[in-house]
Ligand binder design. Structure first.
Ligand code: GDP
Length: 388
């Protein structure tokens, strides 16, 4: 009897264990369930949660690809190169687009006879290169004087003469250095302003990279809240180099409050620089004035604004200059960033805009690549114009 009971108990045990193994769903062995995308988030397969707690679809790698240990993927930070000497490195790009204007001037000035027609042609070349009418006339008058005084004109002399004249026009008394130093225990604050499409957001990203390459810590403020893509774009730039990005997830949020948050974050994080991107809708001058004025006032509740950089697209010529004028009336611009100088043969805009606004070109954009932003250097620029 005892044997029969023992056999029955063993049979029941065998059936129970076997049944459990057979009924257990495949693919869930050894897997912890959690929030969707939790500690299993790197997988490629899909599986539905059986817990009934509403966690939804969990991403699980197929068994063959599943690593023995869960891999923790950290974003790899890029190490941008320092900004020194960049314009020299990018000179070939500048020369490619500018030499048309420089070589036309050199060949006209090398003619045997420099009559009035030739001087008119020289003026025409300068105006076509966006130097502006008044500066072009000034340059022609200066060059005429130089030719009279110097007499003979070997090719080297012509080149040296034109180089000296261009340098005189491009050089400014004001410093081109960016104020990027912390002061009174607070970060330097820079506002990036300009019409949409000029390359403002890209310049913020490139500048953050360059500053980080120079060993500074940077906080980016995405105060262009009218274009959701601008905040995303800035975030991507920030993530690549480890700059903290302050943004609002709501399109149309108050730009001033994002700017305020960015500056507060920069102060708390003891960052060196806070770079604030702004919206550049030229709807009405008063609208723009209200918006930028408010951003600046709100920042000044915490600290001073050290740079207001006006971003200008070099390919837009006189139209760009008109826009620049409006911005300069609305905010105190401390420097100009001339973008897309790689895509135009009209480098004369450097001369025109500096004259127009009375502030120096501090940075130039020479391409769409992340390191295609350079501190402006007059001599390198002039040599590039002359194809040197
Ligand atoms: P925003 O609206 O002023 O913020 O302009 P974005 O930063 O979005 O730039 C507009 C376009 O200009 C983008 O396609 C950029 O890649 C391009 N861009 C910006 N700077 C340069 C530059 O220096 N050279 C060239 N070729 N393209 C540029």
């Amino acid at each position: 009897m005892e044997y029969i009971i023992l056999i029955v108990v063993l049979a029941v045990l065998i059936l129970t264990i076997g049944g459990t193994l057979l009924l257990r769903p495949r693919g869930t062995r050894g897997i912890r369930r959690g929030r969707a995308g939790g500690d299993l988030g790197t997988g490629t397969g899909t599986e539905t949660s059986d817990s009934g707690t509403g966690t939804g679809t969990i991403t699980v790698p197929p068994p063959a690809e599943r690593p023995a240990e869960p891999e923790v993927t950290k974003p790899v930070l890029e190490k941008p190169p320092p900004s020194a000497g960049r314009m020299v490195r990018l000179r070939a790009r500048l020369a490619r687009s500018q030499s048309g204007f420089g070589s036309a001037l050199l060949s006209l000035l090398s003619r045997d006879r420099l009559d009035d027609d030739t001087w008119d042609e020289i003026e025409e070349v300068l105006i076509t290169a966006d130097v502006g009418v008044t500066p072009a006339r000034q340059m022609v008058s200066d060059l005429r004087t130089r030719v009279k005084v110097e007499g003979t004109r070997t090719p080297d002399e012509v080149r040296a003469m034109l180089r000296a004249e261009l340098l005189e026009q491009v050089e400014t008394e004001a410093s081109r250095a960016l104020r990027t130093q912390r002061h009174e225990g607070r970060p330097a604050v820079m506002l990036m302003v300009g019409v949409n499409g000029t390359g403002k957001t890209t310049t913020c990203g490139k500048l953050a990279r360059a500053l980080i390459g120079d060993g500074e810590t940077v906080v980016l403020g995405a105060a262009d809240t009218f274009r959701a893509a601008a905040a995303d774009q800035l975030q991507t730039w920030g993530e690549r180099v480890g700059a903290q990005v302050v943004r609002s997830d709501r399109e149309g949020a108050d730009p001033a409050s994002v700017a305020f948050e960015a500056v507060s974050t920069g102060i708390e994080a003891e960052a060196d620089v806070v770079l604030v991107d702004t919206a550049g809708r030229l709807h009405t001058k008063t609208g723009l004035m209200d918006e930028l004025g408010k951003v600046k006032r709100v920042i000044e509740k915490r600290t001073s604004v050290d740079e207001v950089l006006l971003v200008l697209d070099a390919t837009t010529g006189q139209n760009g200059l008109r826009q620049a004028r409006v911005f300069a009336e609305v905010v105190d611009v401390s420097g100009i960033v001339l973008t897309k100088l790689d895509g135009t043969a009209k480098g004369g805009i450097v001369i025109a805009v500096q004259r127009e606004l009375g502030v120096p070109v501090k940075l130039v954009g020479l391409g769409e690549g992340p390191d295609d932003l350079a501190p402006f250097d007059a001599a390198t620029f002039v040599d590039a114009i002359l194809g040197g």
